[in-house]
Design a protein around this ligand. Structure first.
Ligand code: FAD
Ligand code: NAI
Length: 481
């Protein structure tokens, strides 16, 4: 066992996902001697940084969403443009290679950023011991003990496995397996109509699989605005996704080249066979073997590392950020927590605005929102006004053939302060981001209404929705009193 002395590091970060690597870079920028411990080894046997997001999450899924969208556009959406293509080919290995190349470029980029910022990258498995000591188990089994003034735990999360569908990484796969099919399965079952189910279900459906989504809850996208949930469900069904709500998986049986499942809903018990089954029923925090009992760290009731609003554990020198702590499991949430914690360790004032963490589902059309939706405001007893603008009335949306959906802006009935923005349609994520920036500055819908938007842009729908809040939209018929 090699002991590395106390003066070596101010901060040791465990985990190099979007929470950990960002925390490490900011800590180093602030003059703190920082190391980041990571034990991830990819399919090719290389140690790569970037965590779930870069290796098997946000980035590869978005690469496949883009490729599959182009393919489906070429097949189904060019006729009206007067463009005919005789034959559209699909080369899955090339598509997968493009995705892998993007991942390689970005994960390699983190190594470059670490070097540029003088963050020491340590390959091994980190565990927090008592007295702020980190034990690092290297791949060859050797152990290093590092004394450090501060520890940031950013160990992320992993797919939840359910007893009725044990992953065999062949026919029954998690999200990582679903990013790697080497040919288009004829039929794909997806357990869970959540974010992963919809994004990866869309990928394979666009590429030609018959996709059936089995969702336990009766409600579709309960976390989204109810109008968006309703309209997007109709649209997913139109796109060919067979979404079975209120359906609970009972068992699954992996055969040679397929999976037989049985599920039940109010109509009874059903059996169905798929070539592949993707299980996407949520993720759980990586807390096992991450800290010893005497480290002073505790778990909350949901099994996440227990932290205060500043991501500090009950041990003042130990912090935890990202998917391993409460709040939405989103890359940008983890990164902002990383920045807040690094700045606090450096003695600066730093806060995180948990009320304005945006959510995006990168389907087509996109779904995105920030702030409160109508049901939440009703529950809170806050009176509000709504402005809604359909993309069908947007010149740019029509010109780019993406006129499904709408922008909904919600503001306080009394002060007009914007409380929420909800978008289903083209560039939803970018439009919500514009609303979010204005919300960070405490804008009212009148402020957005007074802002000049370029014409023609799909963002004009946000402008019109802001005007609609006070019945002043130009391009829809407002009710005159
Ligand atoms: P992670 O990214 O999980 O990183 C944790 C790292 O810690 C891992 O590399 C792990 O190997 C390492 N680690 C764990 N234990 C140890 C240990 N003991 N010692 C050393 N290292 C350890 N979010 C978005 O915001 N937008 C998206 O579009 C999006 N798409 C997604 C698509 C998919 C298919 C999936 C699965 C997730 C997606 N997410 C998305 C969620 C996003 O990936 C996570 O919220 C994000 O990666 C969490 O960051 P993190 O740094 O907390 O953890
Ligand atoms: P999720 O929580 O979004 O959805 C899981 C779904 O599975 C829920 O609708 C749930 O009701 C359902 N479910 C649970 N148990 C079930 C069962 N036994 N049978 C049938 N249905 C069942 O989780 P998901 O999709 O696995 O994603 C995990 C997390 O990863 C997300 O919550 C999100 O934080 C993150 N992510 C973010 C993305 C983005 O920002 N675009 C993309 C992908 C993932």
């Amino acid at each position: 066992i090699k002991l590395i002395g106390k003066d070596m590091y101010d901060v040791v970060v465990i985990g190099s996902g979007p929470a950990g690597y960002v925390a490490a870079i900011r800590a180093s920028q602030l003059g703190l001697k920082t190391a980041c411990v990571e034990d991830y080894i990819n399919e090719s046997g290389d140690m790569t940084l970037g965590g779930t997001c870069l290796n098997v999450g946000c980035i590869p899924s978005k690469a496949l969403l883009d490729s599959s969208h182009r393919y489906s556009d070429a097949l189904n959406h060019l006729d009206g443009h007067g463009i005919g293509i005789e034959k559209v080919d699909l080369d899955i290995p090339v598509m997968m290679q493009r995705k892998d190349d993007i991942v390689k470029k970005l994960t390699g980029g983190i190594s470059g950023l670490f070097a540029a910022n003088k963050v020491v990258s340590i390959h091994g498995r980190g565990k927090v011991l008592a007295n702020s000591m980190v034990e690092i188990t290297k791949t060859d089994g050797s152990i290093e003990l590092v004394e450090t003034k501060n520890i940031i735990i950013a160990t992320g999360s992993s797919p939840i496995q359910i007893p009725s569908a044990i992953f065999d990484n062949k026919n029954i796969v998690d999200s990582t397996g679903a990013l790697e099919f080497n040919k288009v399965p004829k039929t794909v079952g997806v357990i869970g109509a959540g974010v992963i189910g919809l994004e990866l279900g869309s990928v394979w459906s666009r590429l030609g699989s018959k996709v059936t989504v089995i969702e336990a809850m009766d409600n579709f996208l309960p976390m989204a605005d109810a109008d968006i949930a309703k309209d997007s469900l109709k649209d997913f069904i139109k796109q060919g996704l067979d979404i079975k709500l209120g359906s609970k998986l009972i068992s699954s049986n992996s055969l040679k080249n397929s999976v037989k499942i049985s599920y039940e809903n109010k109509e009874g018990t059903h059996e169905i066979e798929f070539d592949k089954l993707i299980v996407a029923v949520g993720r759980k925090p990586n807390v096992s073997e991450v800290f010893s009992k005497d480290s002073g760290i505790a778990l909350d009731d949901n099994g996440f590392i227990s932290v205060n609003d500043h991501c500090q554990t009950s041990n003042d020198n130990i912090w935890a950020i990202g998917d391993v702590v409460r709040g939405p499991m989103l890359a940008h949430k983890g990164s902002e927590e990383g920045i807040m914690v690094a700045e606090r360790i450096a003695g600066k004032f730093a806060e995180m605005n948990y009320d304005l963490v945006p959510s995006v589902i990168y389907t087509h059309p996109e779904i995105a929102w920030v702030g409160k939706n109508e049901s939440e405001l009703k529950e809170l007893g806050i009176e509000y006004k709504v402005g809604k603008f359909p993309f069908a009335a947007s010149g740019r949306a029509l010109a780019v053939d993406q006129s499904t959906g709408f922008v909904k802006l919600i503001s306080d009935a009394r002060t007009d302060t914007i409380l929420g923005a909800h978008v289903f349609g083209p560039s939803a994520a970018e439009i919500v981001q514009q609303a979010l920036i204005s919300m960070e500055f405490g804008a009212s819908s009148e402020d957005l209404g007074l802002t000049i938007f370029s014409h023609p842009t799909v963002s004009e729908a946000l402008h019109e929705a802001a005007l609609a809040v006070n019945n002043q939209a130009i391009h829809i018929g407002n009710k005159r009193k």
